[in-house]
Design a protein around this ligand. Sequence first.
Ligand SMILES: Cc1cc2nc3c(=O)[nH]c(=O)nc-3n(C[C@H](O)[C@H](O)[C@H](O)COP(=O)(O)OP(=O)(O)OC[C@H]3O[C@@H](n4cnc5c(N)ncnc54)[C@H](O)[C@@H]3O)c2cc1C
Length: 238
Amino acid sequence: MAIYDVEYLGKRDVAEGTTEFRFSKPVGHSYRAGQFLDILLKATPGADKMSHVHGFSFVSSPFEDHLAVATRMRDTPFKNAMRDLPDHTPVQIDANFGDFVLHKNEAMPAVYLAGGIGVTPARSAIAQATHDHSAHDITLFYVNRDSSRAAYAEDFKAFAKTNPHFHYVPVYSRGAGSEVGAESGHLSAEIIRRHVADIARPKWYVSGPEAFVRATRALLIELGADEDNLRTEEFEGY
Ligand SMILES: Cc1cc2nc3c(=O)[nH]c(=O)nc-3n(C[C@H](O)[C@H](O)[C@H](O)COP(=O)(O)OP(=O)(O)OC[C@H]3O[C@@H](n4cnc5c(N)ncnc54)[C@H](O)[C@@H]3O)c2cc1C
């Protein structure tokens, strides 16, 4: 891992209570879609040693001209400091970490199951695959309370229009309403079976808060997914 100087470029809301933060791309840095970085803010005197360091998956893709992360905002020291950063502030990142990256074999389907903000590495990978015209067959189950919480939903709908190999399945626990193609309820065996013909074939990528990852992993194993093809990324701290 290496420390890079970047410039904070600004923020924008990407869903209810969810903000994206953008940074310049540092010279000499490259990453793979699905990896994560640490953001190092200036430490406040007397604060806990690690309170100014937090890990985030890249939500941007390597082909894009900036780096970006996204988070559910709440009243914590780190997120308040991020919210209050003036544009153009110099910031340091420590990168890259992790290998939650799309497998190389394009004949093997990929299924992403993302809980809430766990969608960040999936957005990075699917944007890159669409940009590269990759032949991977990719399905994304994106689980949220309702559509207002579904960050990057417009991106996923656009990818599904241009990428014939990408299938977008939003899942809303409070009901899908009139959204075409969306599923209602909690992620279940029935919902997964409706969209994945052969459970034994794909590589599975599960990401999000710890409880979501644990429950989804157990569900997939019960369904007969190959454990060797099951990858997980737990977002600690949710
Ligand atoms: C590999 C990896 C990738 C990650 N990627 C992302 C990502 O893309 N986006 C993202 O948002 N996060 C990501 N995270 C998690 C991220 O690093 C933070 O842990 C998370 O955002 C929580 O930070 P915080 O400032 O809200 O809480 P902290 O202040 O760090 O609090 C930590 C602990 O206190 C509890 N806590 C604090 N405040 C509250 C509150 N208001 N209500 C309830 N509990 C509270 C938390 O549950 C947690 O246990 C990732 C983590 C890992 C390990």
